[in-house]
Design a protein around this ligand. Sequence first.
Ligand SMILES: Cc1ncc(COP(=O)(O)O)c(C=O)c1O
Length: 413
Amino acid sequence: MPKSLISRSVLATTGDNKVISEVADRVRNSSVSVIKEMMYLGAQEATRGKDIVSLGVGLPFYPAPKHVHTHVINKLQTKSDIDKYTLLTGLPELRNIVADISTNQLGFKVSSDEILITPGSMAALLYSMLALVNPGEEVILPSPYFSSYAEQITIAEGIVVPVAMIEDPRVGFRLDVAKIQKAINNKTKAIVLNNPQNPTGAVYLKEDLLELSKILKNTAVYVITDEVYDYLLYDNCEYFNIGEIKEIWPRVIRCCSLSKKYGMMGWRIGYLHTNRDLLMNILKVHDASIVCAPHISQEAAIAALTGPQDCVKDHVKWLSDNRDAICRRLDKLPELFTYVKPRGTYYVFPKFNFPIKSIEMAKRLLYEAKVVTVPGIGFGPEGENHLRLSFGSSTQVIHKAFDRISDWYAKQK
Ligand SMILES: Cc1ncc(COP(=O)(O)O)c(C=O)c1O
């Protein structure tokens, strides 16, 4: 078992991640993301009849808007080619809609030629790694980072370079631009910027992004942005998209999603935006794997993006109430948890004060308190001694989980 796997995989410690000697190194060295591993263990406990509550996976509790379902039902009944593939790049109507949205977001003209419709942003991210990274090339991840990036880089046979973020009590986690600059060398292929950030709830400061872009524009480093949570900001916090900075183009790949914004995770729909030449190369990975995003999901995306947007405001309001609820519960356990308040996303990343490592902590909370959490080590070395808690589920679930964690902690004293 590779050493790095033992330290970041929960299933490696339960015997469920048996590495078969025949598999290629790229698979041997990678793991199912720690988030899904905990989801798997939670489901295993539930099938054994245990009453499990989850603060684990990032599933928001709301469904897709009604008008999306209505549109899809209508298309199923009336669109004669709905069962067929679409063009590789996606439905032209959807690409045009996304190009217009991107033009508004970035403040310069984006053409539909620069848009690839993908089955979720996860595919867009993996395509980017496979299309850009040669074996041994490095990808910088501000750390803690979303666990799947490390697995995708490993599958591309690249090297993960975590660069610790600064934990600033005033604004939460922020980029350490000087450290990123130091980490860049002639093997650096890309940096991934997930803003707002999973797992910390950080929203990167505009001043940091501007400074970083000044450095990046004089290098050959690609910027891969993961914009899954770009709508999910609290307390009127300012959001700045680094893609707005013209000088760093064309070396930008934007990975975007409808999953969280519209409660459409299961539809597997998102998109990638980059310069046309690179897109035509990325298309080779898309064609060799998926061919096209599901036709029906592309129709659902048209309805979501062009329909009323009030639902998004409602989602943000509900999640903001959930954030307040989980922060109040964390505040009641000051001996166990310290944390910075998330400014975006629906995750909080508290540090725990308990003398075991995060994998052990998450396992004990699962098996003894019946609560799913995600061990911080899965999000990079800087994540050790933390847990990722999702507050995307209902407020009742948050309270039920914290009642159990409080009872569990009382018994440890
Ligand atoms: C940071 C981040 N990126 C990407 C994804 C996956 O998004 P999608 O459903 O669009 O593939 C998630 C899902 O949790 C996420 O948190």
